[in-house]
Design a binder for this molecule. Structure first.
Ligand code: ADP
Ligand code: MG
Ligand code: MG
Length: 476
């Protein structure tokens, strides 16, 4: 959409209100639904349209394609890291001395290595997220992070394209409506899950979604489940507590939960410390990791997605270690890296501290956490670093250049909230899916995209926490 046309529309309050109702109905028609926070455990009446932007967000096609094309290389990179115990040991050595959560994951990883991996089938479903900034008239794509565990919204994203196509048509922009790219990540994610299930080789075995007790975004997972049922693959939803109570391994390490054999454990939970409510949850994770079931992700792939690993990958020579004969791949991957800086003890870490304290607004300080809302910005960087700068505690963090995207005006729609016309920032993610058996990479694809947009007044965007909404790119 021409920027001018969108801004004209946004000035017309009556029209925007009408369009907002039309967009909400369109979302409901598509089954683009979310549970209410008040009843996260029930779909009884209490569901509503998922939060969305009224208009899609314009972005350069070249940037979109760049992120799409690099995805298969990120899949390979994550997979190679997961198979390189020496690299993981060295990369995470400092972090695990001060970050308990990463240390606990690392302990499971070591346990599995010592016991020997019981399963040669590997299934990776990840999402690499980006922002793009503009300096001196040049647009550049920068990776925010890669999520190797519980990378969600593949089901939700598929429901979003037609909502924006509809709104563009209603506002007389037929040509633009055709520029919203088809998107069905859930189908590609399910294809990889189905492939892993098939390789596991037992018709009776199920795909187990390891889930939270309460899930307002359950429909997102249901879309993937549905794709599996379409292929006549049974899925079950279980919590850590269920696995603790009724899970066991047989003599061949086959995993049974409630007497059902599990071919694939798909983690949609277990990525933050609060997800492990007791030691029993940790024991259940260990049991699953040691089992013959295909884990998505396995513990080593989970660790490959930590922010510390992301920072180490940006060091000179590290990508070359993983792609020794592929300088073009190295270049393609590295081009997406923002500045990333160590806070390990020593001169280099001291330099990072000095730089961050001098110009905090240029950076984001990141602990080893997932799920949004954990990063530190601006003056708070000085407060936090001020406290930990001389101690080993600083090694729990990494420092990253702050991406400063060009804002776009849009209208944000969310249940029960007044319409908000605001200056917005967007984040684009691509879903990667791969399946490997031993040395054979049997599937390696980019299976779709996700766009999320937030008001530029907030520093972090998570749809579930209510700060961001779903969106679509409109390529130009
Ligand atoms: P999480 O694993 O919690 O999602 P992220 O690294 O994705 O952690 O950070 C959360 C949010 O913070 C992102 O969605 C983005 O909005 C913002 N953010 C993270 N890193 C940067 C950065 N380098 N520049 C600008 N914004 C960032
Ligand atoms: Mg993350
Ligand atoms: Mg993120």
């Amino acid at each position: 959409m021409a920027e001018g046309r969108r801004n004209d529309l946004l000035m017309n309050t009556t029209l925007i209100n009408e369009l907002a109702e039309e967009a909400k109905d369109s979302a409901l028609l598509q089954g683009f639904l979310i549970r209410l926070k008040e009843s996260p455990n029930s779909s009884e009446v209490r569901v509503t349209y998922a939060p969305i932007t009224l208009f899609p967000t314009p972005m350069p096609k070249a940037i979109f394609l760049q992120a799409m094309e690099v995805q298969i290389h990120f899949n390979i990179l994550v997979d190679k890291i997961s198979q390189d115990p020496d690299f993981l040991q060295e990369a995470l050595a400092s972090t695990i001395t001060v970050d308990d959560f990463t240390a606990k994951l690392f302990k499971i990883h070591q346990h599995v290595l010592k016991e020997g991996r019981s399963q040669s089938i590997v299934l990776g479903l990840n999402r690499s997220d980006y922002m793009w900034d503009q300096k001196d008239g040049h647009t550049s794509l920068k990776q925010i992070e890669i999520n190797t565990i519980s990378a969600g919204a593949g089901g939700a994203a598929a429901r979003m394209t037609d909502v924006h196509r509809h709104i563009l048509k209603v506002t007389g922009q037929l040509e633009e409506s055709q520029r919203i790219i088809d998107n069905n990540p859930a189908e590609g994610l399910a294809k990889a899950l189905a492939k892993a299930w098939e390789l596991y080789g037992s018709r009776r075995a199920v795909v187990m979604f390891l889930v939270a007790e309460n899930e307002i975004n359950i429909m997102d997972q249901r879309v993937v489940e549905n794709e599996l049922w379409k292929r006549n693959i049974a899925t079950i939803r279980k919590r850590f507590e269920d696995v603790s109570a009724s899970g066991n391994l047989d003599k061949d390490k086959r995993l049974f939960v409630n007497c059902q054999e599990v071919a694939v454990v798909y983690f949609r939970y277990g990525y933050m410390p609060q997800n492990y409510k007791s030691e029993k949850a940790w024991d259940a994770r260990l049991m699953m990791e040691c089992s013959l079931a295909v884990k998505c992700p396995d513990i080593s792939t989970h660790l490959a997605g930590t922010k510390k690993v992301q920072q180490v990958l940006a060091k000179p020579g590290v990508l070359e270690h993983f792609f020794p004969d592929q300088p073009q791949v190295v270049e393609q991957v590295r081009a997406t890296f923002a500045g990333l800086y160590t806070l390990d003890m020593g001169a280099e870490g001291d330099e990072t501290v000095a730089m961050a304290l001098a110009t905090p607004d240029r950076f984001v300080l990141k602990p080893q956490r997932e799920g949004g809302g954990n990063n530190i910005y601006g003056q708070e960087i000085c407060e936090v670093l001020g406290k930990v700068k001389g101690s080993a505690e600083r090694m729990a963090y990494i420092l990253m250049d702050k991406i400063q995207p060009v804002p776009t005006r849009n209208c944000l729609l969310g249940r029960g909230k007044p319409l908000k016309i605001s200056s917005c920032l967007s984040e684009l993610g691509f879903f990667g899916a791969y399946v490997r058996q031993g040395n054979d990479m049997l599937m390696n694809d980019c299976v779709g995209y996700l766009m999320r947009t937030k008001s530029s007044e907030t520093s972090e965007g998570s749809v579930i926490s209510g700060t961001a909404v779903w969106d679509n790119p409109l390529l130009f």
